[in-house]
Design a protein around this ligand. Structure first.
Ligand code: CLF
Ligand code: SF4
Length: 535
């Protein structure tokens, strides 16, 4: 076995146990004089995160991220993205990928419905943009690697720029070919690039990547991981130097790179990454991946959150990723790709009206500013209350978009999770659940799995809820709350939290800590029921 000492000029790697995560976090919180927001002119802020707003970053950066649903948490409530599957080939092998399925970097497992030529892709993007005016970003994210298919990727971008110049361009890559393509990336004004970086030590990397295809031959083991690592770091540095915003995706693989991702976070921040998105491994035997077949599990919700929390203060964190398909269309968390198949596109009358799109987006901007103002007002009220000031709880929210509490409990397929305290209402994740309402009646067998999926929350904010789930939630210690219907989420969560603290102060209730959520974070299937059966 080649030792880590063989890393030569590679960055030193710190290994920590879960128990040490807190002390490392303290270290990360010390001001860093380079990289991250600083590199992009963050005015010395340690971390603005994807939840940052116009006050947290320079105007030119805000302009790039304000309507990109992945780069701005606030934007993801309002703006949509789409992917076109023009990049089928890949130049590496990841143990979590089976090429019959979407790229696990940027998708949930599931076959891509249709691979597209660049011409078909552009036709589809223009049609979607005409129908969905809040669709602001086109991404090439597989099903292979965008830069292992440079002609198809850049042809798509070139043609789209001519026909729909207001759409932002985005791509995702494993980084192996990145240094060779930086000029092309800049030529087509692609100002958002995602690099999947799962390690900064080839000794970790060789457990994730069995081979890469490099200089016309297959390279395996430690050597393969070392080349990939060096290309990723070089590519990231080159993009930073050219002012391209970069997001780093890391797949959290328990027992392989969990603690190591803290080091990854530090290294990518040093090199100017704008965001770090730590995503859970999705691993099922039926996907036919090496990890799926060898029983490598994904992280639990709390394991994912622990690593993300430990990285706070390092590179800015994205926590609202939905691991979308390589042909996803719509708001993050929804998929409207079935509405835009090639057959359906043939029947559609497409009128690309820039003014109509702008008018719509202007309305969204007004709504979004109202959301921002409501949050600031609620935060000011929360910090003025001098009761249980250190308290921090999780709240689940039923929403169908627009940043408001506007979904019935029974219609939820995904709860959004917010961490609420006297100083913040922060989006920290989501939980996919099976539908409780089955058209007029509730599926009571489903209910326990839904409750377990949000078991770590103190309250669930909904637009409406029936008597049966209300009782079951209350018995489980989760407060069902339906008095904030239609309100902005952060304001509603903070208002509920203030009321909660008031009840603690008056002695009306005793605050108790919650347990862990029993769901594998990010799993598309509801594994809560599997876990229950296994228990
Ligand atoms: Fe697509 Fe990725 Fe661009 Fe977003 S997705 S290429 S940056 S437009 Fe977004 Fe989807 Fe997560 Fe990717 S939610 S998987 S982070
Ligand atoms: Fe699969 Fe993407 Fe890894 Fe290539 S980079 S092997 S497509 S997950």
């Amino acid at each position: 076995m080649q030792a880590s000492a063989n890393t030569g000029s590679l960055p030193a790697t710190t290994y920590v146990s879960i128990g040490q995560i807190k002390s490392l976090r303290a270290k990360l919180e010390q001001p860093d004089t380079s990289g991250g927001c600083d590199t992009h002119g963050g005015e010395g802020k340690a971390s603005c995160g994807s939840s940052g707003g116009p006050d947290d970053m320079p105007a030119d950066i805000w302009d790039k991220v304000k309507n990109h649903p992945c780069y701005s948490e606030e934007a993801h409530h309002h703006y949509a993205r789409m992917h076109v599957a023009v990049a089928p080939a890949c130049n590496i092998q990841c143990n979590y990928c089976n090429r019959k399925y979407d790229c696990s970097n940027e998708s949930r497992p599931g076959v891509v419905s249709q691979k597209l030529t660049p011409e078909q892709a552009v036709k589809k993007v223009v049609a979607v943009a005409s129908e969905i005016p809040q669709m602001t970003v086109l991404g090439v994210a597989g099903p292979g690697d965008a830069l292992a298919n440079p002609a198809k990727t850049f042809d798509t971008f070139r043609m789209l720029q001519e026909q729909a110049p207001d759409i932002k361009l985005c791509l995702s890559t494993n980084g192996l070919a990145l240094p060779d393509q930086v000029d092309e990336i800049c030529k087509y004004n692609v100002d958002h690039v995602t690099i999947t970086i799962n390690m900064v030590d080839p000794a970790v990397g060789e457990k994730i990547y069995p081979w890469i295809f490099w200089n016309r031959k297959r390279v395996t083991g430690y050597e393969a991981a070392k080349i990939l690592h060096e290309r990723q770091m070089l590519g990231l540095e080159m993009l930073t130097a050219r002012g391209v915003l970069t997001k780093i995706n890391s797949v959290l693989i328990p027992g392989i790179n969990d603690e190591h991702l803290i080091e990854v976070n530090r290294e990518v921040k040093k090199r100017g990454a704008f965001l770090h998105n730590i995503m859970p491994l999705i691993s099922e035997a039926e996907h036919g991946t090496v990890f799926g077949l060898t029983g490598q599990r994904g992280p639990t919700a709390s394991e994912l959150k622990a690593v993300q929390d430990a990285c706070m203060g390092g590179a800015n964190l994205m926590r609202h990723c939905r691991q979308c398909r390589a042909d996803a269309v719509g708001l993050l968390g929804e998929d409207r790709s079935e509405e835009f198949t090639l057959d359906k596109l043939e029947q559609m009358e497409v009128v690309y009206d820039l003014d109509k799109r702008k008018t719509y987006q202007d309305k969204v901007e007004v709504e979004r500013q109202a959301q921002h103002a409501a949050k600031q007002e609620a935060l000011a009220a929360a910090s003025a209350i001098k009761v249980a000031e250190d308290l921090q709880v999780l709240v689940a929210v039923a929403t169908k978009g627009g940043g408001r509490v506007n979904e019935h409990f029974g219609h939820v397929t995904e709860f959004q999770i917010f961490e609420v305290s006297a100083t913040q209402a922060l989006f920290v994740g989501h939980r996919r659940v099976d539908l409780y309402c089955q058209g007029g009646f509730g599926d009571d067998e489903q209910l326990p799995s839904v409750v377990r999926a949000i078991n770590d929350c103190h309250a669930v904010l909904v637009a409406k809820i029936g008597a049966c789930p209300r009782d079951e939630l209350a018995q489980a210690g989760i407060e069902p709350v339906d008095q904030y219907v239609g309100e902005f989420i952060e304001k509603a969560a903070l208002d509920w939290f203030n009321d909660y603290r008031g009840r603690i102060a008056s002695g009306a209730l005793l605050h108790q800590n919650r347990g862990d959520a029993q769901i594998r974070q990010g799993a598309y299937t509801n594994l809560a029921s599997d876990l229950a059966q296994a228990a």
